[in-house]
Design a protein around this ligand. Structure first.
Ligand code: NAP
Length: 397
């Protein structure tokens, strides 16, 4: 029988949590997948370690100085990986003709352009970078549609929803018999904290997520519930849902990764251990299934599953995300940019935990919301929001 050659995979954000989990799954199936390009921001040493192990065709760093360092290290080690740098190079390895699939796992707005490049090139896109859909949902979905790209969600919640949605394509959720999407949330480390306690939260405490091991930005987003807010917007674009069709359910065990309720009263859920290798393996192999390295779910050990309503009084970021979703236009991109500035400032102990929603709300109130026309108009909105956020911090210092 003819053996097909392994698929070429580009991993954008290879040195991050999702990137490393993707490489872990790929390494289990060398007959099926090979790392074609691995990318990072500035951590040349971390990318060098991955090049030693996976021998990709390309290694790309955003920063030129880091790329020079990596080139030297590879030369000394006798590794033939070619080093590129800059945003254009990230776009190039996301859209090269020989690439079969792209894992979009850069954190934040920086992931937008390479993910768009993969969408325009009609790739199989495994989308972890939710900020792409938050900022540019309409443009991204249009590019996917026009190019015939295959879009597979990596966020465990959206991956779960994808798995339990009707397999046939319907013009909208209602005609597919779907009543609503139940998006689960762990509630983060401060689920039971009072308002007074939230005012005192440190970045160290917020970085300590009860169920998931993730990069710092998404871990803080999980603690403020902004992550769930971004996911609500992501769900709107992925599943063509209205805000009213999306309900957030706090489920502290993170065993049910999300659910879909149908008009006949059926509620379908996807369950599993909280390990990102499950959605990654699902997306890599879709519509087949492959081993991900994740063990069986021990229901007897879990024994109990709990559900609560989210409290948008203590966690205003979730309310803000629903607000911008209803406002549309550049509002979600503005919320995203203000949040990125706020999270970075919180991680540097320059602002408090509850200043994060306050800063975002202030930036939104000062911004003019415009219709989304193209990527430059979104990037302009993003930059203006970052500027306002910086000014807010100077004024309130
Ligand atoms: N972690 C999870 O469990 C999880 C779950 C669902 C969705 N996601 C989403 O997946 C994305 C990645 O999350 P993560 O937790 O893996 O993040 P992470 O651990 O912080 O890794 C981020 C990756 O992006 C690279 N990067 C950072 N800034 C960049 C820039 N300006 N230009 C190019 N590359 C840049 C980093 O390179 P350096 O190493 O050089 O800094 C690193 O490879 C996020 O959008 C997140 O919301 C994550």
């Amino acid at each position: 029988m003819l053996q097909s050659s392994p698929q070429n995979i580009t991993i954008l954000g290879a040195t991050g949590t999702i990137g490393l989990n993707t490489l872990d799954v790929i390494a289990r199936h060398p007959d099926k997948y090979r790392a074609y390009a691995l990318t990072a921001n500035g951590r040349a040493e971390a990318l060098f370690d991955l090049c030693k192990q996976y021998h990709p065709r390309y290694a790309v760093l955003l920063q030129e100085a880091a790329a020079d360092r990596l080139r030297q290290m590879l030369l000394q080690a006798g590794i033939e990986t070619e080093v590129l740098f800059g945003m254009d190079a990230l776009e190039q390895v996301a859209s090269a003709p020989e690439v079969d699939a792209v894992m979009a796992a850069i954190v934040g707005a920086a992931g937008l352009r390479p993910a768009m490049a993969a969408a325009h090139a009609g790739k199989r896109i495994m989308l972890a970078n939710k900020e792409t859909l938050v900022m540019a949902g309409s443009l991204f979905m249009q590019a996917v549609e026009e190019s015939g790209a295959t879009l597979l969600p990596i966020d465990s919640e959206h991956n779960a929803i994808f798995q339990v949605m009707p397999s046939k394509k319907y013009p909208d959720l209602h005609s597919g018999g779907v009543r609503k999407i139940l998006l689960t949330a762990s509630g983060g480390p401060f689920r039971n904290a009072s308002r007074e306690q939230l005012l005192q939260v440190t970045s160290q405490q917020a970085l300590n997520h009860p169920n998931w091991v993730m990069g710092p930005k998404i871990t803080i987003d999980s603690a403020t519930l902004m992550n769930k807010g971004l996911e609500v917007i992501e769900a709107k674009w992925l599943f063509d849902a209205t805000p009213e069709q999306i309900e957030v359910v706090v489920h502290p065990q993170s065993v049910i990764h999300s659910m879909v309720e149908y008009v006949d009263g059926s509620v379908l859920a996807q369950l599993g251990n909280p390990d990102m290798r499950t959605p990654i393996a699902y997306a890599l192999a879709y519509p087949e299934r492959i081993d991900s390295g994740v063990g069986s779910l021990d229901l007897f050990k879990i024994a109990t599953l709990n559900f609560e309503r989210p409290d948008t009084g203590r966690f205003p970021c979730l309310r803000l995300a629903f607000d911008v979703l209803k406002r549309g236009g550049t509002a979600p991109a503005i919320l995203n940019a203000a949040n990125e500035v706020a999270v970075e400032a919180f991680l540097q102990s320059r602002i408090g935990f509850m200043d994060i929603p306050a800063l975002i709300e202030r930036v939104l109130s000062l911004s003019s919301i415009k219709p989304v026309t193209d990527i430059p108009n979104l990037i302009a909105a993003d930059q203006a929001a970052r500027q306002l956020a910086q000014e807010w911090m100077v004024q309130s210092a």
